[in-house]
Design a binder for this molecule. Structure first.
Ligand code: CTP
Ligand code: MG
Length: 263
């Protein structure tokens, strides 16, 4: 499997002007209920460092000239909350009117599982969109450098995911007993963003839905139709906020960033 270093993230005039990657749409699945987190508000609406996680995630895309539209996938019952978040986001400095490069946000209704939510996003893509980036609403700390690296990896290969090499030893087990120790060199812990040529990911999802196949990440659908998926090195700080401990970590991470003079 091809492995692209994040060194690919370096911007160049050729990259932005010649390669037509402005037609990249982002799907942000944000329709989960956060059962592992618990609490009355789905985790994407919880504040960290005083700002909703979802807004922090959207902010990661705010200044990237390659992104045209963000499709925010929201559970029906939370569409008014999301509309408020989007209105607030549009009022931020550097947003529409001040900077034409800031992407538009469209809200799309979510489904029962993440794959249904993403599929709804895919069905709403405009014809002029050539590339699709999928990024969890609850990964607020993906850097612009990582997003650009994944986009560049996809441009070179058609399909690319962010993932980090496993540092712990990984075993398979069943009923509390080890079955097998896996070769750590081949184990990657998968993150988002995941980026695909539109035809590839749409075909992969349509086939999976037609055949009743389920998967937990977007690349698994693409792998299933025989398309090689490249990897770019993700970031350990690009966590998926899942549990209360993750919230504590997020607060600590933000305060340590502020101490270092970064917002
Ligand atoms: N997601 C979604 N639609 C669903 C389920 C999940 O859009 N039906 C989104 C979540 O909102 C989240 C991302 O997919 O941004 C990753 O999912 P996960 O971390 O599992 O979030 P939840 O499903 O909300 O959490 P849990 O599994 O603990 O209930
Ligand atoms: Mg879930």
């Amino acid at each position: 499997m091809a492995y692209y270093s994040s060194a690919f993230s370096a911007h160049s005039a050729v990259d932005l002007v010649g390669l037509n990657m402005r037609n990249t749409c982002v799907i942000v699945p944000a329709a989960g209920s956060g059962t592992r987190m618990g609490g009355s508000v789905p985790k994407q609406f919880i504040l960290v460092g005083g700002i909703p996680i979802l807004v922090r995630t959207l902010n990661a895309f705010a200044s990237l000239p390659s992104i045209s539209t963000i499709f925010l996938v929201i559970a029906e019952g939370h569409i008014p909350d999301a509309a408020e978040v989007v209105a607030e986001w549009n009022r931020q400095p550097g947003s529409k009117g001040r900077n034409k490069a800031v992407p538009e946000i469209s809200i799309v209704a979510g489904g029962t599982e993440r794959m249904h939510s993403v599929y709804n996003g895919l069905r709403n893509l405009p014809v002029e969109c050539d590339w699709v980036m999928i990024h969890d609403a609850v990964r607020p700390f993906a850097s612009a450098r990582l997003i650009e690296a994944a986009r560049e990896g996809a441009r070179l290969s058609g399909a690319c995911i962010a993932a980090i090499p496993a540092t712990d030893t990984v075993k398979r087990g069943h009923d509390g007993v080890v079955l097998e120790t896996l070769s750590r060199d081949e184990i990657w812990l998968v993150q988002t963003p995941q980026v695909f040529r539109k035809q590839i990911v749409v075909e992969a999802y349509e086939k999976a839905f037609a055949e009743g196949w389920t998967g937990t990440d977007d690349a698994s659908f693409v792998e299933r139709i025989g398309i090689p998926v490249a990897i770019v090195c993700g970031e350990r700080t690009n966590i998926k906020v899942t549990t209360r401990e993750d919230l504590e970590w997020a607060e600590w991470f933000l305060s340590s960033r502020i101490e270092k003079g970064r917002p």
